[in-house]
Design a protein around this ligand. Structure first.
Ligand code: PLP
Length: 419
């Protein structure tokens, strides 16, 4: 690359010191013109293929965050790119004022994958969670017979369900909630994995229990064995909807189509997002039976972009890719390799490793550094990862990674642990 290509434009008039590299130029522009709602690692990515990304300086990195599991199929999966290209040439947006020829087939395929009667398509994960909350409340009033304004939902401590005002109203992360009051009422938070606490929080107006089968943002926290089954039984016995947010845990990440499958549990509502759009496009949805989703009537909920033909085409391709089970199987195989490598480091720099499929949370021994410092060291070694909370690093490599990629990732940690 020539000097002129790597040296950025002069932005000194904006208070940005003269950039020394293209990386610094882009970081300067982003920090100046985009609000500071994230604290990214200092790398500027320009290209991605499979499990690998390349930055503006031409350096390659193994992407072990994979868009928080949105990139389960890797960057630019050829099947997904081809399907998106084909659809771009035909029709991209109709709004739901009209039918389009992509939504019906996608809805049928996703309903079959979830073994539910129907779906309701949206765009972002948070919108799908909002949809599940609205549907649960409406179901509570019109089917369960809860008195107006009394619908109650139980949620879990340490949850992460998105960023809307209602969703942050039941978060216990001060970074996510502070300064956003007044909060939406109608939620009770209980300790994740504590069935007794859940049982005591339930009242006659409880319409739903909303949980992540594994808490991703919480640090890949896996509830005690049997917890999901017990929640299922409790919900069935008390006529309460079990609502599983599988936005991060679903669609092959854990080695099964849904994380609930590990306990043979079928929730009343699945909430899906991230990988449903193949990392190409925001596609989310909830899936449920008619006795639940039938409460939605024309005009009662919607989104201009939800169910648009481009989203539906990509989502349909994703569902077809999941139907064979090959990605689920691959996540299991690679996950076993990753877990074995990481577990060997417990006591040598790691305090604990939690994993399911190709998804791991590592508690770093504080004497080694913070989670952030470890991700910075990984970056310097060509591996992208993200800390979850202070001492935790979470890993979710694309499922298209190779065995060598997983060994490289483990090797990078071994190097850090050796000091
Ligand atoms: C479990 C879970 N639910 C909901 C969301 C919100 O999704 P989005 O960022 O697409 O709104 C996330 C995002 O990380 C998530 O992990």
């Amino acid at each position: 690359m020539s000097n002129t290509e790597t040296t950025g434009p002069d932005l000194t008039h904006l208070g940005i010191p003269e950039a020394e590299s293209e990386t610094e130029t882009h970081i300067g522009l982003t920090e100046t013109y985009a609000a500071h709602n994230y604290h990214p690692l200092r790398v500027v990515l320009a290209k991605g293929e499979g499990a690998w990304v390349t930055d503006v300086e031409g350096r390659r990195y193994l992407d072990c965050l994979a868009g928080y599991s949105a990139l389960n199929f890797g960057h630019s999966h050829p099947r997904l790119v081809a399907r998106a290209h084909a659809q771009l040439d035909n029709l991209t947006l109709t709004s739901r004022a009209f039918y389009n020829d992509q939504l019906g087939p996608f809805a049928k395929a996703l309903a079959e994958l979830t073994a539910k009667d129907m779906i309701l398509p949206m765009n972002s994960g948070a919108e799908a969670v909002e949809t599940a909350i609205k549907v649960s409340r409406r179901w509570g009033y019109s089917v369960k017979g809860v008195p107006e304004n009394r619908a109650h939902i139980v949620v879990m401590e340490g949850n992460f369900h998105g960023r809307t005002t209602t969703i942050v109203s039941f978060s216990n992360d001060p970074d996510a909630t502070q300064g956003y009051a007044p909060y939406t009422p109608g939620f009770t938070m209980v300790k994740y994995g504590d069935l007794d606490a859940l049982e005591s929080a339930i009242n006659e107006h409880t319409v739903a229990v909303l949980l992540e089968p594994i808490q991703g943002e919480g640090g890949v926290v896996i509830p005690p064995d049997g917890f999901l089954r017990q929640v299922r039984e409790l919900c069935s016995a008390r006529d309460i909807l079990m609502v599983a947010d599988e936005i991060q845990s679903g669609l092959a990440r854990t080695g099964k189509t849904f994380a609930c499958d590990h306990e043979g549990v079928v929730p009343d509502i699945y909430i899906l997002g991230k990988a449903l759009g193949g990392g190409l496009y925001p596609v989310s949805a909830i899936a449920a039976d008619t006795r639940v989703l039938g409460v939605i009537t024309p005009g009662s909920h919607g989104s201009t972009f939800g169910g648009n033909p481009l989203a539906a085409a990509i989502g349909h391709e994703v569902v077809q890719m999941l139907q064979t089970g090959e990605f689920q199987e691959r996540a299991t195989v690679l996950g076993e390799r990753l877990t074995a490598g990481l577990e060997a480091l417990v006591g040598h720099g790691f305090d604990a490793v939690r994993s399911r499929g190709l998804w791991a949370g590592i508690d770093i021994d504080p004497s080694l550094g913070t989670g952030r410092q470890v991700t910075e060291a990984l970056l310097a070694d060509g591996v992208l990862a993200k800390e979850a909370h202070g001492q935790t690093v979470r890993l979710a490599p694309p499922i298209v990674a190779s065995e060598d990629d997983i060994d490289l990732l483990v090797g990078a940690f071994e190097k850090i642990c050796r000091g």
